[in-house]
Design a protein. Structure first.
Length: 168
């Protein structure tokens, strides 16, 4: 059973068949071979290659997502632990913040305004800055909101904006 083609396509099809019959056997073989090559290339580009690429790239993507998940789980656990800690009064938080900043030496300056604090750094070593951040988070319960830091030959320079715990 043949399906009827629209008249324009039927005419083109008939023209192609007539032309095909007029071609030499060698020409028909060359056209058939070219059509097979084009078909195989299309199957490769549209069907096989995208799947191949997915199979190749997926393990690395899964590893990256699992690493991100582990980081998020660690951060969530840390947040739960910090919530369990008793609250700190603003005066205690300020004192802990000042004490931690004094340990950074003359290369760090602390400015307090209400429940906000700004630490300005000039050449502070990375280990000292990391220790300061840990102490500020645990002892003062201050939350770093914004950091604008650059790393130079003498250490980190820039500023860190913190939010102190609110009373109550």
């Amino acid at each position: 059973m043949k399906t009827a083609l629209p008249p324009a396509l039927a005419a083109m099809s008939e023209q192609w068949r007539a032309r095909w019959r007029r071609m030499a056997r060698r020409e028909r073989r060359l056209i058939t071979a070219a059509a097979i090559v084009v078909g195989v290339a299309l199957v490769w580009m549209l069907g096989v290659q995208p799947a191949w690429r997915s199979l190749r790239d997926t393990p690395a993507q899964i590893d990256a997502v699992e690493f991100q998940l582990q980081q998020m789980q660690r951060q969530a656990a840390e947040a739960r632990e910090l919530r369990k800690l008793p609250t700190v009064k603003p005066a205690q938080a300020e004192a802990a913040l000042r004490g931690a900043t004094e340990r950074l030496g003359t290369n760090a300056r602390l400015t307090l305004q209400g429940d906000r604090a700004t630490l300005t750094l000039s050449g502070v070593p990375g280990e000292a800055l990391a220790a300061w951040l840990g102490e500020v988070r645990s002892a003062a319960r201050a939350r770093p909101d914004e950091a604008k830091l650059s790393h130079g030959p003498n250490g980190y320079s820039g500023s860190v904006l913190l939010t102190l715990p609110r009373p109550g």
